[in-house]
Design a protein around this ligand. Sequence first.
Ligand SMILES: Nc1nc2c(ncn2[C@@H]2O[C@H](COP(=O)(O)OP(=O)(O)O)[C@@H](O)[C@H]2O)c(=O)[nH]1
Ligand SMILES: [Mg+2]
Length: 417
Amino acid sequence: MPHMYHKMGRFSFPLLRHIASLSSSLTVLSATRTCCLHRGVFTSSHPCHQTTGRDHSSQHRRGVSTALSHEIQDLSGPEQRLLNKLYEGLIGGQRASLAESITLVETQHPRKKELAQVLLQRVLAYRREQESRNGGKPMAFRVGLSGPPGAGKSSFIEVVGKMLTGRGHKLSVLAVDPSSCTTGGSLMGDKTRMTELSRDMNAFIRPSPASGTLGGVTRTTNEAIVLCEGAGYDIVLVETVGVGQSEFAVADMVDMFVLLIPPAGGDELQGIKRGIIERADLVVVTKSDGDLVVPARRIQTEYTSALKLLRRSSKSWNPKVVRASSHTGEGIPEVWAKMESYREAMLASGELQGRRKAQQKVWMWSLIQENILSHFQNHPSVRGALPHLEQKVTSGAISPGLASDLLLKAFVSSSSS
Ligand SMILES: Nc1nc2c(ncn2[C@@H]2O[C@H](COP(=O)(O)OP(=O)(O)O)[C@@H](O)[C@H]2O)c(=O)[nH]1
Ligand SMILES: [Mg+2]
């Protein structure tokens, strides 16, 4: 295990490599250590909030701190200045700094990727400080919005967004669009339906990056959320289409997951996966206006009964089905009121905080998987043997199980030599 961790350090985060070499037991850094790690590197005064009762390794902590401080000195003068400028601009709420910081986390450039991690750690430390002043409660509300293309997501965000900025909120809208990863095209119709919101100084809209894997895009979206919160946006909306796994990925990065459904016939609703309905904290039947009010009511009834059959995922909230129209504005304030009562109930029970903690773990593991898989696929021994073994498997000469064993053996033996 230490060995493996060390290897990962080599291909992922060289800036953090000393953490791995310091840790002999390789228990992954605990929250306590991470907290102190931030303190050691970035902030000189704020106390470590977590209990240190379980952490017997203060020496280890000092070691990690010193190692990271040392690592930071690896930053060149211009890099330090860039990070300071971005950080100061970001927490000062400057949109240009936020946009530039998101570009930094989206980069594929190895050194810039490292700089992005340093910036993120700094923003996380700042946010934690703010949260502790807020009684440990998250400052921002993260809402994921999903639904089939044409469901009315962007129109809904435009109307809700204007209402929220009108009430003094600062709102950011991020997009996760799996189609932009594979084709460079967009299913989301980019910003066109958010013309007013995109001119609003209290709203920040960021389209999905047009390249990268879905894993890459969700990772940068996760990081962009942190940056938006650091920049003082108290509501972060993440829009995605119900294609591939993107909606599950989004459900794993937000406090509340909302499914938008058009009042359409069976065919258009076919694409909505049962699994995703189970993840919905709220279902909004859109376009409930004019001739569509009747089918919207019908869909509302259907989904209300369907939700009753599903297992409750929260002890403090029952998923609800509501109707709204972005064209007439009817139902919009009520939908937001439902979202707020969800947030209050989940905060009061501590479930929201618990969900965020669990999400951090899910996020870490999905990054590990992605990282290991790409390391595996790019490994010379694996690349050498792969075409031949794939051909053997497809022709039925050997079983998939044997082929995967052989590939893993080739990978492990040449990795450890
Ligand atoms: N009648 C009606 N049409 C709507 C409403 N909201 C959106 N639409 C229409 O539905 C289409 C798709 O909307 P859009 O917001 O782009 O959907 P998205 O793909 O889910 O983001 C557009 O032609 C909108 O004008 C609504 O509240 N009522
Ligand atoms: Mg859209």
